[in-house]
Design a protein around this ligand. Structure first.
Ligand SMILES: Nc1ncnc2c1ncn2[C@@H]1O[C@H](COP(=O)(O)OP(=O)(O)OP(=O)(O)O)[C@@H](O)[C@H]1O
Length: 245
């Protein structure tokens, strides 16, 4: 497509779990490109391979065969140390259950990816980020002293603080009530608009997918449909028509 740059490029991705009679073929040869500056949603029924695909695109798991390039680097052949370094430099993660460190303050959780890399946050960017995510007056609190929505805001700030090539979010609103989910989705959308943050979000929720620029539909380990920006109603219709419940 003219005018777009792909930052993640996967080709022929196959993932088989186990061996012999009990082997499960979770991905059947997926080709996908993730475009810079876009929010891409991945939808599909339970067991369709969404988490497997996300983990492989993010370098958390290796495909049985196929190629994955992040920012022009083939990651499937990297050794463990090089892969860890690449994840640190290029990838941010947001999980359903926040995955914050309980003993650290919100501030220390947010800057953790930089601390591990031996770097310091750019103070202008850090201040802007915590203001945008609405945590400026919560930075000394530990996760247990924060609401679920606030904890996910900390996790979003942690994912964004290193300005990664791509943020992967696995069901980021799956553990939140609908009002808080709406706030978190708005925040993720604004990180795409304002920081140009390339983001891939796995979700079951058509409302979440309606925030995306592009929606990929997975079924039985294959991408079976792709749409551009779509309303919640349009997404629900596709899920219904294609029997992707
Ligand atoms: N570690 C594993 N060992 C064996 N099979 C696995 C493993 N992880 C996933 N699978 C299988 O691979 C398939 C895809 O699973 P995956 O978790 O990627 O689906 P999903 O679309 O993310 O599902 P959900 O929406 O329920 O999280 C499923 O059949 C699942 O049972």
């Amino acid at each position: 497509m003219v005018g777009t740059v792909s930052v993640v490029h996967a080709q022929g991705v196959v993932r088989v779990y186990g061996e012999g009679d009990t082997a499960v073929r979770a991905l059947h040869g997926v080709d996908v490109e993730i475009e810079a500056g876009q929010l891409t949603a991945v939808m599909g029924p339970s067991g369709s391979g969404k988490s497997t695909l996300m983990h492989i695109l993010a370098g958390l798991d290796r495909p049985t065969s196929g190629s994955v390039m992040i920012d022009g680097i083939e990651i499937t052949t990297l050794g463990d140390d090089a892969l860890t370094k690449l994840r640190r430099q290029h990838i941010g993660f947001i999980f359903q259950f926040f995955n914050l460190l309980p003993m650290l303050s919100a501030r220390d959780n947010i800057v953790l990816p930089l601390t591990i890399a031996g770097e310091k946050p750019d103070s202008g960017f850090f201040d802007d980020l915590v203001r945008r995510v609405g945590l400026a007056d919560r930075l000394t609190h530990r996760p247990a002293e924060l609401s679920g929505g606030q904890q996910q805001r900390v996790a979003i700030a942690r994912a964004l603080v290193s300005r990664p090539t791509v943020v992967f979010a696995d069901e980021p609103t799956g553990n939140l009530d609908s009002r808080t989910s709406g706030e978190i989705l708005t925040l993720m959308r604004s990180s795409v608009e304002e920081y140009g943050q390339t983001t891939v979000m796995v979700t079951h929720d058509a409302k979440a997918a309606a925030m995306a620029d592009r929606v990929l539909y997975l079924a039985d380990g294959e991408i079976v449909k792709e749409t551009g920006r779509s309303s919640q109603h349009e997404i629900l219709q596709i899920i219904d028509t294609m029997d992707l419940q």
